[in-house]
Design a protein around this ligand. Structure first.
Ligand SMILES: CC(C)(COP(=O)(O)OP(=O)(O)OC[C@H]1O[C@@H](n2cnc3c(N)ncnc32)[C@H](O)[C@@H]1OP(=O)(O)O)[C@@H](O)C(=O)NCCC(=O)NCCS
Length: 198
């Protein structure tokens, strides 16, 4: 697969730890297995709606091999290793829309990693022509709903039985350079690089 990997960024968690947000790669399969092993049944239930989800080699390879156009995933890793502490991913389900999902290692939840992954994923998706994120979340999942509610993406949340359906508007982000009239792209790219986290 011919993939252009997006750049890595760093950010600081609420507890002051510097972390990298990096694109997932096929070589991450062992890191993904190790991450999966550390997840609690409760986190798995919140993410997959079932507490037991066996990760097979095939599924792990599929999750780590994305094209960064229609499927993208960023992982949170420490500065000193490629260990995975959190993952945010999208899968395009319509020309301008994609479904998103997140999971953060239990010991690091509540540190702002989820919002950082959402922001990074949204910026990348916008540049791929995606204008809307959708998500299906258990209504009891107050942590995930809080991340969406506190995001700048004008969240719309509707509830059916025990599930919340979320829509996020990515057009609040700057228009992608490729779709601008000629001449505006460079100035906007300079502005974006000044605004980007270190
Ligand atoms: C949902 C999730 C991705 C949020 O990521 P995060 O890095 O923890 O996000 P934040 O640090 O911004 O925390 C969000 C809110 O939830 C609270 N929170 C996070 N983890 C919590 C926990 N384990 N128990 C109680 N509250 C928690 C935080 O205090 C914060 O509350 P606030 O908005 O009132 O300040 C993460 O908690 C997670 O992986 N949960 C399990 C998997 C899951 O639910 N995935 C979503 C399916 S789409």
């Amino acid at each position: 697969m011919d993939v252009t990997y997006p750049p890595e960024r760093t950010f600081t968690t609420r507890s002051g730890q510097a972390m990298r947000l990096r694109p997932i790669r096929p070589e991450d399969v062992p890191n993904l297995f190790a991450f999966h092993e550390r997840l609690s049944r409760e986190s798995l239930r919140m993410r997959y709606f079932t507490p037991r989800r066996r990760l097979t080699e095939d599924v792990a390879r599929h999750l780590c091999t994305v094209d960064f156009r229609d499927r993208a995933a960023f992982v949170a890793s420490p500065l000193e290793s490629d260990a995975i502490h959190g993952i945010g991913r999208y899968e395009r389900d319509a020309p301008h829309s994609a479904e998103v999902a997140f999971i953060v290692e239990d010991a690091l939840q509540g540190n702002g990693i989820g919002p950082a992954l959402l922001q990074r994923l949204a910026e990348h998706a916008r540049a791929q022509g995606i204008e809307r994120f959708t998500a299906a979340v258990l209504y009891e999942n107050t942590a995930m709903l809080s991340v969406f509610r506190n995001s700048p993406f004008r969240p719309q949340i509707s509830v059916e039985h025990d599930c919340a359906f979320v829509k996020l508007d990515l057009t609040v982000l700057p228009e992608p350079a490729a779709q601008r009239p000629a001449g505006r792209g460079l100035a906007a790219a300079r502005l974006r690089s000044l605004q980007a986290p270190a």
